[in-house]
Design a protein around this ligand. Structure first.
Ligand SMILES: C[S@@+](CC[C@H](N)C(=O)[O-])C[C@H]1O[C@@H](n2cnc3c(N)ncnc32)[C@H](O)[C@@H]1O
Length: 246
């Protein structure tokens, strides 16, 4: 009968279970995959567009990068998997280093915001004395290690944020494509300014992102490169290599 059904649904009557208290659902989380295992299993090792000298583990349509986007237990978002692609700024910088190895030869070099490790690998292949690659994403740190090994070079991969600290003990700091967000760009610019003040040279690779500190840059070279994830033939655009000036 309709009345019975209604009372059952409402949880009324001595034999009915008490209504459940509303519990705020916890965000669904899945454990994030192990970085080394994920990269080896789901990325494709291939020559880099416009930089065939270097091979990287790169994402493709079936990589399932969404699996890395699950929120952490506290609900906060993990960093976007930018390490899974070579970016236009890094491509220009890597091309430049390979064509002019004297830029890095014999120097101690830091690649800040290294992502896949592309710029650091180009520096190591071009005769840099010591190469450090820093990235705040632990998947990037794993990718840097794997990509360095695949290209037969040695790179120290750091998973910490160096932008809040003092200038590191290097001769040259390079950044590929780090000026895409205002807050990050401001912090990176302040860090690079401290590096300059300490006598460290600074080179920036960038296709002209929104927060590039243009008024302080001197164009050193320009290279046509594809933007993130594009094929070489489709969307080539110029990307600059700049020296930061005080
Ligand atoms: C757009 S990607 C560029 C990657 C690489 N340089 C290239 O050109 O292909 C930016 C990278 O910077 C990293 N990143 C963001 N903030 C950072 C910070 N404070 N310190 C180090 N790396 C950072 C991100 O995790 C990401 O891998």
């Amino acid at each position: 009968m309709a009345t019975d059904r209604r009372s059952r649904r409402a949880g009324a009557g001595p034999h009915e279970r008490p209504a459940r208290r509303a519990v705020k659902p916890r965000p669904k989380t899945h454990p994030r995959p192990d970085p080394l295992r994920f990269i080896r299993a789901h990325m494709r090792l291939a020559p880099v567009p416009t930089i065939p000298e270097i091979r990287l583990y790169m994402a493709h349509q079936g990589s399932g990068l969404w699996r890395l986007g699950e929120p952490y237990e506290d609900g906060s978002e993990p960093p976007a998997p930018y390490w899974a692609f070579p970016w236009a700024g890094g491509l220009a910088l890597a091309r430049h280093i390979l064509e002019r190895p004297e830029t890095v030869a014999g120097h101690r070099v830091l690649d800040l915001g290294s992502g896949s490790g592309l710029v650091a690998i180009a520096a190591a292949m071009s005769g840099a004395r010591e190469v450090t690659a820093a990235d705040i994403d632990r998947y990037a740190v794993a990718a840097i290690g794997l990509n360095a090994a695949e290209n037969g070079v040695t790179i120290a991969a750091l998973g910490s944020d160096l932008t809040t600290g003092r200038a590191p003990a290097v001769d040259l700091v390079m950044t590929g494509d780090l000026f895409y967000e205002r807050e990050l760009a401001e912090r990176v610019t302040a860090f690079l300014t401290r590096c300059l003040a300490d006598g460290v040279e600074v080179l920036i690779g960038d296709p002209g992102r929104a927060y590039l500190p243009r008024s302080r840059l001197r164009l050193v070279a320009e290279y046509p490169v594809p933007d993130v994830g594009e094929a070489v033939t489709t969307a080539m655009k110029p990307s600059g290599v700049f020296a930061l000036e005080p």
